[in-house]
Write a protein of this length. Structure first.
Length: 377
């Protein structure tokens, strides 16, 4: 059944001959579950900011692929990540999304763990036989950082973060985003599959003149460029001086806008002195949470109103995207639609996304089939 679904998409076709991934990939709950395990469970995922775990004892807790995890800065200054699951009876050891501790103490029966994950205390546990304390620490998760972003990989990562990012690092380094500071966050919930939001982001500005008239007034749509890396797509546009929409123009300054997408679900949008990141999190086959984090060069109180106005511009653009994404999801459920063709000029990024996704899913199915073959021998 799942093989039949995966075979509906041919990831070998060049862009000029390619179609989108088929509609059932956006609506099938079983495929969504495989994505949760494979796409989100085996790739690097951005989970937070380095400033949240800058000091020893500082932690952040979140979920990746539906799994609770915690990232903490140890007293040796090393960053550690663990499944936030107590080894006693599986309660979440950390309850708050962020904070600072000397020790993790499980709220259920009081087991405690060091910041290196080692099991420290087990109240009322005398007399328990064959209990290997050293083997009952919190289970480790791969963690690494790039710029001000913390990434984890809950499956054994196939590549180090460095290798996975490839030349994104060299491309982003000169933009100086490490000097930008976190200002505020907005979370949107959309009634669509997570891939609809990613597709919308990766259409090479195709929708901008029609859907975002305000944004269109400051971007040079004709000069929009799209460049694919191994696991990322960079879309850029010169910023024009037409200034038709003064409010948008005031918050989208500089010479160029840079839109980075990193497979599968993380985007970084950079203007001069302004950045926002988008993290796209599936919460069901038809529901997606998108977290926008806003950064500015100057986050002092004097700039508060100006920064708030910039966030409001983004919010307006986001609402335009939200409505169209939900309309697309309704269309994907229609018997009238199976898949659509891609613009060669605009939609190379979407093509890359679909091929990477198909490769992940097909590799997982192949290795599951191999395992079944071994088992049945
Ligand atoms: S579940 Fe954590 S101490 Fe019992
Ligand atoms: Fe948009």
């Amino acid at each position: 059944m799942i093989e039949r679904l995966l075979n509906l998409y041919d990831d070998q076709r060049p862009l000029a001959e390619a179609s989108t991934i088929p509609a059932p990939w956006y609506t099938d709950p079983y495929l969504a579950e495989i994505e949760r395990c494979i796409v989100f469970g085996q790739n690097w995922q951005m989970v937070g900011r380095t400033d949240q775990v800058a000091q020893p004892g500082q932690y952040l807790a979140t979920q990746v692929g539906g799994e609770p995890i915690v990232v903490v800065r140890g007293f040796d200054n090393k960053l550690n990540a663990f499944f936030n699951v107590c080894r006693h009876h599986a309660a979440a050891v950390v309850q708050e999304p962020c904070g600072s501790v000397q020790l993790f103490r499980c709220p259920y029966h009081g087991w405690s763990y060091g910041l290196d994950g080692s099991l420290k205390g087990t109240p009322d546990f005398a007399g328990v036989c064959n209990f290997d304390r050293a083997a009952n620490g919190l289970v480790q998760v791969a963690v690494d950082t790039w710029e001000q972003f913390v990434f984890v990989c809950i499956g054994g990562p196939g590549q180090r973060l460095n290798e996975f990012l490839g030349n994104v690092k060299q491309l982003v380094a000169p933009l100086g985003i490490d000097a930008l500071k976190f200002f505020d966050s907005r979370t949107y919930t959309l009634n669509c599959n997570w891939k609809v939001f990613v597709d919308n982001y990766l259409d090479g500005g195709y929708h901008i003149p029609y859907l975002h008239k305000g944004l269109n007034s400051v971007l040079d749509y004709a000069e929009y460029t799209i460049e694919n890396g191994e696991h990322f797509c960079l879309q850029t546009s010169p910023i024009t001086s037409s200034q038709a929409d003064a409010q948008v123009a005031a918050s989208r300054t500089g010479e160029r806008a840079y839109y980075y997408w990193i497979y599968p679900n993380f985007m970084i949008n950079i203007y001069q002195g302004v950045m926002d990141t988008n993290l796209v999190i599936p919460v069901g086959v038809n529901a997606t949470k998108v977290v926008f984090d806003f950064y500015f060069a100057d986050v002092s109180p004097e700039k508060h109103d100006q920064n708030t106005a910039s966030v409001a511009v983004s919010d307006g653009i986001q609402r335009e995207d939200l409505n169209i994404c939900e309309a697309v999801q309704r269309g994907l459920h229609s018997r009238a639609y199976q898949a659509g063709r891609l613009s060669v000029r605009r939609e190379a990024g979407e093509h890359l996304f679909h091929r990477l996704l198909a490769r992940d899913l097909k590799d997982a199915m192949d290795s599951a089939a191999r395992t079944r073959g071994v088992d049945s021998q």
